[in-house]
Design a protein around this ligand. Structure first.
Ligand code: CS2
Length: 486
């Protein structure tokens, strides 16, 4: 059996490794949400920045729920293998940016200390859309969210994002330590602004004297993040061992493409992420809308319809002609809802997405993308649908995506096999109604999910009902073929 990865000494020449002395760089970032995406994206950019420009910018990674990431990384001194898989081959690189891996459950005091440390100048986050506890309708806290409930009940024993950040900002202020910059890296529109709104509302309820301080002193730059990173499988670990000659429990597999667009507001400094190709802008919104509506919107559409059509992976979907035609239709409908994006041609962006989705080396499950639909559909499908309606453009592609999602929320495949919805609003989505009209009405009545502009529009409603009804009656395959021909 190969030795465990714990040092870069003796790695094969073919494996890239940190081009800086890890031990001479202190920690400057606490990252909440130590999952595959962070390890494939921000940590890699930080590794590049450290190599190019140095600085005390290594990362203390924190997982809020599971202890697994820290159990995997700690014996490896924070090192892990990044496997980049493109059409032109597979490359392995050992990333050194993570200095420590902590789990809130088992290393609580160390996490709190790291959040309060003056050296910590940035707290970045990838906790997924559902991790924040934002009420999308009000922009404030979602009082039904478990972490919000427990943090409001016991603000001095924080468990969730809002509680931890507000608590730490309060402690820092009391100690005369400058606040950290809060850097949201989840797929939410205006993610910095959303997180700011959440913290201000949480503070108003739990620590009112902090609200104005957070409003005026804390920076929340928004970011657009992009790198397709499938959940790790056993094959990932086997491939890492093949490529490096080391066992690596923390390896991740991703595509070669990576993109990061960031608003440049970091009062206490930041790593030289431009060294990894990050783009700094004053307003990230056009890029975010492009990525959320085109990449993520097409992803959700293909995940629901592809899963129902029996495709386990995105690469299988890309071999289904009808689905590829629908992805193209979706991409161009989504592109038509966008404001101009500086420096980006949307037709080329769409072609690149088709190529990225078709990557034969990535085992990206449709079931993974299908997860948490209630948290994703608003920004990916409903927001562009509202914009298309305003502009008098066709709503068909968006109505089809909505119908495919609604069919998916029923929790059983066309052969009758049941699957777990994996959605925090699964209970609210569940209905006894089996007819399209009943299902659509039920979901339209869930607060904060489908925008009122759509629920009030008879044409939209009728279109979704008609498409869902046809899927229920004739099956997804027949509808895919029809839609692709229309
Ligand atoms: C995907 C994203 O799982 C999903 O919902 O759409 O994780 C997607 O792969 C990334 O946003 C790509 O940057």
């Amino acid at each position: 059996m190969s030795p465990r990865l714990a040092t870069t000494d003796g790695l094969p020449e073919t494996v890239a490794r940190p081009r800086y002395d890890r031990d001479t760089h202190g920690v400057g970032i606490v990252h909440l949400g130590l999952g595959a995406f962070h390890k494939a994206h921000q940590a890699v950019a930080t590794d590049d920045a450290l190599a190019a420009a140095g600085g005390d910018w290594r990362i203390a990674g924190v997982s809020l729920r599971s202890a697994a990431p820290s159990e995997e990384l700690t014996p490896q001194n924070g090192l892990y293998t990044l496997i980049e898989r493109g059409r032109d081959g597979t490359r392995a690189r050992v990333v050194g940016a993570i200095a420590r891996a902590l789990a809130l459950r088992t290393d609580r005091q160390a996490v709190l200390d790291a959040l309060c440390a003056p050296e910590t100048r940035i707290v970045s986050l990838t906790v997924t859309e559902k991790g924040y506890g934002v009420d999308r309708a009000s922009g404030g806290v979602d009082l039904a969210h478990p972490a919000i409930q427990s943090d409001l009940a016991a603000p001095d024993a924080p468990q969730g994002v809002a509680g931890l950040l507000v608590w730490a900002l309060g402690r820092r202020r009391a100690a005369g330590v400058a606040p950290f910059t809060v850097l949201c890296c989840d797929n939410l529109p205006e993610n910095g602004h959303v997180l700011r709104g959440l913290l201000l509302d949480f503070a108003a309820r739990a620590a009112p004297d902090l609200k104005d301080f957070i409003a005026s002193e804390v920076a929340f730059p928004s970011t657009m993040v992009d790198r397709i990173t499938p959940a790790r499988g056993a094959e990932t670990l086997a491939l890492a061992e093949d490529l490096t000659g080391r066992r690596d429990e923390a390896a991740v597999e991703t595509e070669t493409f990576t993109q990061w667009v960031i608003e440049d507001r970091f009062p206490t400094g930041r790593p030289a992420w431009e060294a990894s190709g990050a783009i700094f802008v004053t307003d990230v919104r056009p890029y975010e809308d492009m990525k959320l509506r085109m990449l993520n919107g097409a992803h959700s559409m293909l995940a629901y319809s592809g899963f129902l059509a029996g495709h386990a992976h995105v690469r299988d979907v890309m071999r289904d002609e009808a689905l590829v035609a629908l992805i193209r239709r979706h991409l161009s409908a989504a592109a038509a809802t966008l404001a101009p994006v500086p420096g980006v041609g949307l037709a080329g962006y769409a072609e690149d997405l088709i190529e990225r989705f078709a990557n034969p080396h990535l085992a990206h499950q449709t079931y993974q993308i299908a997860m948490d639909g209630s948290q994703k559909m608003p920004q990916r499908i409903f927001a562009p649908a509202v914009e298309a309606m305003r502009r008098g453009q066709s709503l068909e592609p968006f109505a089809f995506a909505a119908a495919a999602w609604l069919r998916y929320t029923l929790g059983r495949a066309e052969d009758g096999a049941a699957y777990d919805l994996r959605d925090p609003r699964a209970a609210a989505l569940a209905t006894d109604r089996a007819d399209a009209e009943g299902i659509v009405r039920h979901v339209e009545a869930i607060p904060g999910l489908i925008p009122p502009e759509l629920t009030a529009d008879a044409a939209w409603h009728g279109m979704v009902v008609a498409k869902l009804s046809r899927i229920l009656q004739d099956g997804i395959r027949a509808v895919l073929v029809d839609e692709a021909g229309s």
